[in-house]
Ligand binder design. Structure first.
Ligand SMILES: *[C@@H]1O[C@H](CO)[C@@H](O)[C@H](O)[C@H]1NC(C)=O
Ligand SMILES: *[C@@H]1O[C@H](CO)[C@@H](O)[C@H](O)[C@H]1NC(C)=O
Length: 479
């Protein structure tokens, strides 16, 4: 307690010194002290006044000389390596600036962003002052000038090149999921059910259109999940630079893949969202995105039996849960043909038994709407490791929902495992006739890729998968 008091006293004294300095050296600055944590009304983005402008001063005679500059802050606990919420982030001639007297209270530069270059062996992505710098109020007039163009609302800045954007899993399962997860850490601070959607995604290092995936899924789904949100690219950033003025973003989520990987958990799970797993968020935090997207793509929100919206024991409205096998037999990484056939027979047998409805799909043969509808109706999806399993993002969570990911035996990666945890689906790594599955707080140790990982002769023992699915659908619910 004493330590707390003295630290805060020191803080207060320090703040006062800063205050005097500011008054001496930069009379025009409008002060918002204390500047470390803003009050708890964080998402009040629709306040009538332009945040950053000191209202009291505005009414005075000094109006013309006041500056819009206020200190940069991190709202709530919405911060982890590579995903940082920042209120009042400045931009000048392509460089981002954090205005603060407390440099050390912010994450290190390399945890905020990285050089937006393609990563690879021997490539150093350590950012420089040209990417982001800290500026003190004393230096601000020289660095930032005396006024700023105000970009209102919430901007998600994806500060990467396109290298890992053009894939369904990397875009939706890491970039978008990660930003939404860390952003939702704010919900406990503001007691909000749903946070406002961003006003814009900004991709300063991506030429127009170059973030889109070849399968053409990412962008259409963005329009469905964020119908109100603009997606701006490099030309927007360049437009701002051409104005030559300082820009201030009211609220930002700054996302950087290489910085996210610098989190200690990055070398445990090897995924961009590994560190984000350490940020506590309310359960079901993804539901607003899932339900908006599914409703906008399919026209309604399917309620599978067993999901929280329907009665589990009665099987919903008398319907059976749907088990969907996402076949990759038309692609490179695939099952041994006879194992695929036996898997289909085993799952068809479950259907005949009356345990579930069984469906087999090849995603590449369906249009976007059909793909979303199939997973939105499913309780369980089964498939070889691959992008089809990213579709679990749109499968409703329930005590019975599950993802069966078939690997070459003993291989393991966390891509769809980590997604399943975020969604509230149980994940089973399938190694032919055995299963790797872990409860809360427990994880598979390490990742493993054999040279068969991407092979075309992955074994699976269908009857074992069918038996595990039977247990998942019929046994009393765990937990
Ligand atoms: C703007 O940045 C570029 C490099 O990014 C630099 O060459 C130029 O001098 C800068 N202009 C000003 C006015 O600072
Ligand atoms: C897969 O499991 C089945 C059933 O246990 C077994 O007969 C078969 O040999 C296994 N295949 C491989 C490649 O291990």
């Amino acid at each position: 307690m004493m330590r707390y008091l003295s630290r805060n006293l020191g803080y207060f004294v320090c703040a006062n010194i800063v205050l005097s300095l500011l008054i001496l050296n930069w009379r025009e600055v409008s002060l918002h002290l204390p500047f470390r944590r803003p009050p708890t009304n964080l998402p009040a983005l629709n306040r009538p006044i332009s945040p950053g402008v000191n209202v009291e001063l505005l009414s005075g005679p000094e109006t013309e000389t006041i500056s819009q500059f206020v200190f940069t802050t991190i709202p709530g606990r919405a911060v982890v390596h590579g995903f940082t919420m920042l209120d009042k982030l400045y931009l000048k001639n392509g460089t981002l600036y954090i205005l603060t007297t407390e440099h050390e209270k912010f994450p290190q530069r390399e945890h905020l962003l990285s050089k937006p270059i393609n990563v690879g062996p021997g490539i150093d992505t350590t950012p420089t002052k040209e990417n982001l710098d800290f500026v003190s109020p004393r230096d601000a007039p020289e660095v930032l000038g005396d006024y700023a163009l105000h970009i209102p609302g919430f901007t998600v800045i994806l500060y990467d090149g396109p290298q890992f954007m053009t894939h369904y899993y990397h875009w939706w399962g890491e970039i978008i999921l990660g930003f939404w997860r860390v952003y939702n850490a704010l919900r406990e601070d503001v007691a909000a059910e749903v946070l406002p959607r961003p006003n814009r995604f900004l991709l300063p290092n991506v030429a127009p259109g170059k973030w889109r995936d070849r399968a053409g899924v990412d962008a259409p789904l963005m329009r469905a999940a964020f119908p109100d949100t603009l997606i701006e690219e490099q030309d927007y950033w360049e437009d701002l630079a051409k104005l030559g003025t300082t820009v201030v973003f009211e609220r930002v989520m700054l996302v950087s893949r290489a910085s996210a990987h610098r989190h200690p958990l990055g070398s445990v799970w090897y995924k961009m969202i590994a560190g984000a797993m350490a940020v506590g968020v309310p359960e079901g935090y993804w539901n607003p995105i899932r339900s908006t997207l599914v409703q906008n793509v399919v026209g309604y929100l399917p309620v599978p039996p067993g999901s929280s919206e329907s009665s589990i024991s009665q099987g919903g409205r008398g319907e059976l849960p749907i088990v969907t096998y996402i076949s990759r037999q038309g692609g490179g990484r695939r099952l041994i043909t006879s194992d695929h056939d036996r898997l289909v027979e085993s799952l068809e047998a479950l259907d005949k038994e009356g345990i579930c409805k069984f469906r087999i799909v090849q995603m590449e043969k369906l249009n976007v709407k059909q793909q979303i509808e199939v997973v939105a109706e499913s309780t369980i999806i089964v498939g070889v490791h691959g992008n089809g399993l990213t579709h679990q993002l749109w499968m409703p969570p329930s005590p019975r929902s599950a993802v069966f990911e078939i690997f070459y035996p003993n291989d393991f990666t966390f891509d769809y495992e980590m997604l399943a945890r975020n969604m509230g689906h149980k994940h089973y790594g399938v190694w032919n006739d055995t299963f790797e599955t872990y409860g809360k707080g427990d994880y598979h140790k390490g990742v493993h890729f054999s040279d068969q990982f991407h092979g075309s002769a992955i074994p699976v023992y269908g009857p074992a998968v069918a038996q595990k699915i039977r247990e998942r659908l019929v046994d009393p619910i765990e937990d």
